[in-house]
Design a protein around this ligand. Structure first.
Ligand code: ASP
Length: 357
């Protein structure tokens, strides 16, 4: 009797040992993902769970991670707070800080992927900026939410869970910088915020999402277009600031003197959020011609949310010295132009960049 108790006891000890070793092995095998937090509605809080008023960037990253059930089963996680702002206050300084930190982290063998939590207002700009200046093919994934953490059916926890799953997935390697929102994976080149408040706001209207992520199940069915990350020629190593680039919003009877003002204020580049196919009225065209003659680079994008701006369309780009943004909307065209202006380039070389990137 005593012997059989002993046998049962030692078998249980052995089983426990094996189980703990297995569990230890599992933890060891998990990829290492770092979450860099910048604020936004995903970290926002309001007084009421059904009211519309709230403030972005209130919750710290560790509390955000702790609020997501099972997230630590996807990856070994740690968080760093880079900023805590609504992304309407995103700045070139934060972009440079983020880039330097990401490049530093991804250089080492101990980090497999990065997630960035970010407000949705300017998320596509940050994503596209990083797409051009991150020097690694490891996954870099941005996410956010439309509803603050205190709201009824806040979607931030699931978006964060899915973003970590994508950053931890070997399938995301070499896909460029990605945006994960609302069960979809978008490429930084194409993704646009299309709606002011609904959760399905992020879309890639020209080419569609590159993949989907359902409760952590990652599938890719497309690649984003445009050169990016390890294939990009842009670098911000040692860069402290970027040249000023302003956006001019086109409309009927637009005031041309605003272009003169931008040039006087020190803009090295101007993006026209033109009407239709990147068009502008005659006085604005004349002001643009003056600006380009003085060396300011002017890119024609469109205020229309979808489509390509044709080179030599209704505007004679050669005569006015302008450059087509190709597929980029005004805010992304501004990002590319700021980086392109770090080097002296001809209008023709600039045009090439807008086609390639
Ligand atoms: N204003 C907020 C932000 O961009 C909106 C959001 O995150 O959804 O930070």
């Amino acid at each position: 009797m005593k012997n059989s108790v002993k046998i049962i006891q030692s078998t249980s000890v052995m089983m426990l040992l094996i189980l703990s070793l297995l569990a230890y092995g599992q933890t060891q095998k998990l990829p290492n993902v770092v979450i860099l937090a910048t604020g936004g509605t995903i970290a926002g809080a309001g007084a009421s769970s059904t009211g519309s008023a709230y403030t972005s960037g209130q919750v710290k990253i560790e509390a955000m991670i702790d609020a997501v059930p099972n997230i630590r089963n996807l990856a070994n996680l740690r968080g760093e707070q880079i900023a805590n702002v609504g992304s309407q206050d995103m700045s070139v300084k934060v972009w440079l800080d983020l880039t330097n930190r990401i490049n530093e982290l991804l250089k080492g063998p101990d980090v497999d992927g990065i997630v960035i939590t970010h407000g949705t207002d300017t998320q596509e700009e940050t994503a596209y900026f990083l797409n051009l200046v991150v020097k690694s093919d490891k996954p870099v994934v941005l996410t956010g939410s439309m509803r603050p953490s205190t709201a009824l059916s806040a979607e931030g926890p699931l978006n964060l869970y899915n973003a970590v799953a994508v950053a931890a997935s070997p399938k995301a390697k070499g896909q460029g910088v990605l945006v994960v929102m609302n069960d979809e994976i978008h490429g930084a080149h194409n993704v646009k915020k299309m709606m002011t408040t609904p959760v399905q706001t992020f879309q890639s209207p020209e080419e569609g999402p590159v993949g989907s992520v359902i409760f952590g199940g990652v599938e890719f069915f497309n690649n984003q277009n445009g050169l990016n990350t390890v294939n990009s020629e842009f670098s911000v190593e040692g860069v402290k600031t970027l040249p000023r680039v302003d956006i001019f919003y086109g409309c009927a009877d637009a005031s041309a003197d605003l272009i003169d003002y931008m040039v006087k204020a020190g803009a090295k580049g101007i993006v026209i959020a033109g009407v239709g196919d990147g068009n502008m009225n005659a006085p604005v065209l004349e002001a643009v011609k003056k600006a380009t003659a003085s060396g300011v680079k002017v890119v024609r994008a469109s205020r229309v949310p979808v489509g390509v701006v044709l080179i030599q369309g209704e505007v004679d780009d050669e005569e006015y010295g302008t450059i087509s943004s190709d597929q980029l909307n005004p805010q992304k065209a501004r990002v590319l132009l700021m980086l392109a202006l770090l080097k002296d380039r001809s209008r023709e070389d600039m045009q090439k960049l807008f086609i390639e990137y």
